[in-house]
Design a protein around this ligand. Sequence first.
Ligand SMILES: Nc1nc2c(ncn2[C@@H]2O[C@H](COP(=O)(O)OP(=O)(O)O)[C@@H](O)[C@H]2O)c(=O)[nH]1
Ligand SMILES: [Mg+2]
Length: 330
Amino acid sequence: MPANLPPEYFEVEKTLRQAKTPEEKIAIMEKLLSIIPRHKGTEKLVALYRSKIAKLKEEIEHRPAVAKKGQLFRIEKSGAGQVIVIGPPNSGKSALIRALTGIEVEVADFPFTTRIAAPYMMPFENIKIQLIDTPPITADYMESWLTEMIKAAEAVLLVIDSSSNEAAGHLEMILNRLKEKKIELVSENVSIPADKFPFMKRMLLVLNKNDLPKSERIVEEINTLFQPRFDQLFVSARTTDGLETLRQRIYQLLQVVRIYSKVPGKKPDYESPFILKKGSTIIDLARHIHKDFAEKLNYARVWNKAGTISGLRVTRDYVLNDEDTVELHI
Ligand SMILES: Nc1nc2c(ncn2[C@@H]2O[C@H](COP(=O)(O)OP(=O)(O)O)[C@@H](O)[C@H]2O)c(=O)[nH]1
Ligand SMILES: [Mg+2]
């Protein structure tokens, strides 16, 4: 064993023994490769891990198709929308979900703690948004079912460790991986043409671990390489810095509006709004409530959140805004 390996190496190396699947082993070995200092004394060790990774990749490639099929699954949608949280190992995906939802999510110092996808509900004002925790994406491996799961979700949070010298590289690697699967990530304000759905997804780049010193070079790298295309936000799952903004931004990513319906003479129910796509009209709301309602609809009255519109009589093609209250008249 070559001298001067950092203590972190041995910590991570221990987890290799518990690793069961080839994917886990690859991720741990990659982590080890990123820790091992490069010099004459470590050349053999580096080569050993490289060849082991290559062998494991072969194994994955030749795994029978049935085994792969068995892993295909979907997560049933719940709440106002489904947002899938993806990223490289150890970027803090699970820690962020824990901080946003208050639910215990397994967080650990070694890669592949999260082996399967799991849903968690994030409260946002008077609604809940579903966040999906996922296994990491590496240069060598991405779970085959993850592609379908990303396509099925409404939006993507891509979580990167902003303190890592490889932050820009990780981002590029993931974008390339998704490109291979024909998935293109775009920023929040891009309207997605119907024929591009489900291959185009709105994405927010979350630069986590803001509490640690970040390399200015990395920030610059990400900005020059990707800034014009992506919205980004610095946060810390550890100190919770930026998480309130993140909650807002996740809601905005969904591109929906919350509509309160009311019966004449009664107060609206602010606890369970209807969730409609941004740009929806009075008739869309009526259809959403009941097919018959849409047919019989005569006119509607609208109140807005700011109080500048109060009981305005509108027609069926009136475009609704977030938190409008609507009274439908038949
Ligand atoms: N300093 C710091 N560490 C963090 C932060 N978020 C996560 N971590 C640590 O990063 C490691 C990986 O976190 P985890 O959530 O398991 O990453 P995942 O593999 O992306 O799910 C753990 O040791 C976390 O405690 C953060 O905002 N700041
Ligand atoms: Mg995790």
